[in-house]
Structure formats: C-alpha cells, structure tokens
Design a protein. Sequence first.
Length: 240
Amino acid sequence: MFGMRGTNLEQDGRWGDKNKKLKGKLKFPKCFDTKVTMNKVNMEVMRAWVTKRMADFMQGTDDDVPTMLCINLLEASKTPDPRDIQIQLTGFLQHNARPFCEELWKLLIDAQEHNGIPESLLQQEMDALERQQESTQQLADRMRQRAAHQSSSIPPLPGSRYTRNSSPDDDATNTAGHLARARAAQLNASISNTPGGSRIKRESSPFQNDDRPPSPPPHLRRRARNGRRGGGSPPPVPPP
C-alpha cells in the first residue's frame, strides 16, 4: 500500500488568504488602529450590547447567528482584529457592518480605559433612568390633577361639614353660634335649679305661652270623647 500526500487550504497557494486581500481593498475606521486587550473588558456588558445593537441593525430579523459570531470572534483572542470582525459580519450586515464594528470598537476602547465598562454606556443608562423618573412624575401629577378635578365636580353629601362654597371662616362662625346656644342652655338650667327659678324663666322666656289654659285631667278627656261618640254634648269642663 502506498500513502497519499496532499495539502490543506493554508498550504495551497491557489486559495491564499482572502482576508488579507480584502484588508488591502477595504477602508477601515481609524479607531481600528488601537489595540484592545479583552482581559480588561467586561464581556457580560458587551454581550448584552452586541445582542441589542445587532437586533437594531438586523431590523427585526430573528437570527442570532451574526450575534453569536461577533461574540465568538471577540472571545477567540486576547487581542482580536476588528478588521477580521468587519469582514466576517459583512455577509450578514452588508453595508451596516462598518458602522456596527466602528461603534463596537469605540466601546471596547472606552471599556478598557474605564475598568471594563464603557463610560458612555453608563451615561446612557443614567439618562434613561432620569427620563423614566420624569415621565413617572408627570404621570403622577396628571393623576392628582384629574382626581382633584373630579372631586371638585361632585356635589357635597347632605349633612357634610363643608359645602362647595364654604370656607374655614364660615365654619368658625357656625362654631361660635353653637357655643352661644350651648351657653344659653347652660344658663337656663342654672336658673331652673335656683329657688323661684321656674317663675323667673316663665316670665323672661319669650318662647313660652303661660296664658294658655292647662289641659284637663285624663278622666275628663275620656268622658268628653265618650260623649262625642254617643251623640250627646260633652259635659262641661270645670274651670281650674
């Protein structure tokens, strides 16, 4: 038996390195000249950014292949080459590969200079949080204004302390009237408890009619009712 010898793609000069040819033809951003050491980058933050930003560039296409390809290219080497990443992603992103890789590489440079997390991403998160707090505050203000408007349009219930046009001054006046009447009732009670107070009260009170004759006893009232039922005239009521 004899063995067969051959060459692989790297050893065959007919194929060459296509990436080298593309690197010589394409134009790349200037930021690609800065090397990035991936040990100084927080990859959890960058994975989340790549996933979100790739979805924006893919315009809603449900395809995670370019996302995983980009992440794998970043993690494959300690100092990845951004030119290779752009060339590999061109088949998926077409003309958007260059702006995506430029934005990605600027974030990586920012991350290795600021303890692994890009400062621009932190600022974006803070701005988003402030906008969310402002919108929440505006919503709460609108709800309070709506509740105040609804409460002012509802008529007051009968017996309520305040009416729609009432004020604290009116309530103070009412309270003073109540106190005056309570004081008068207390004074009348003290007069009634003194000797001869009932006579003084009857003479001084304008609300009692002492000229009215007293009512007859109960047995005379029953006799008068029985006489009316029998058709006769009721017996005369003796004067008091």
